[in-house]
Design a protein around this ligand. Sequence first.
Ligand code: TMP
Length: 198
Amino acid sequence: MKDKPRYIAFEGIDGVGKTTQAKLFQFFLESINIKSLLTKEPGGTPAGTKIKQILLEDKIYKETKLLLFLADRSQHIREVVKPNIEKGFVVVSDRSLYSTIAYQGFGEGIDVEFLYKLSNFTNDSILPQLVFLIDMQPETCIMRCRKRGKEKNESISFLRRVREGYLKLSKEKNFFVLNGQKDIATLHEDIVKIWNEL
Ligand code: TMP
């Protein structure tokens, strides 16, 4: 365990199954007696839960949205991620700064370099050491979200840009890319295999 990552993020567009996989992975860590914690962005702290409510308002401009996600993250890093890493926990997070790069940067067209500069401030130098990107066609994701009654107001072209952004990031930042079409158990096995081989 000595050199294993302590801050792990699950990324992907809505509906890929990232939340399920993050949960299963954290259960797995517990099952092998690794102290771990499952958390999320946005909404991983009491302040973040309130910020998430504001994000659900009808008319939120993309600049406002960006600052709300960053406020959520700033609180989350300082209140949850950093202290738990310091206590020896492995922190498993459903989303991270890379969601901002993919959604606000590649999706909404906000300058990516500017977003990284802002992230230096919000993240306090705490960056995920291991990222699992679950990848899937946006069309399938939209259908899945619809079935779960969790459909979002995002256009297919927006989700395509976000997905392409994630794939570009995966090459630059060495994310592990997983095929979201696989069934839940097989995907989980793939993730555990990657962890075991690290
Ligand atoms: P969720 O809580 O259902 O995962 O929804 C979070 C939504 O917010 C999801 O559509 C992705 C989006 N998001 C961003 O646009 N930027 C961010 O930085 C984060 C963390 C999430």
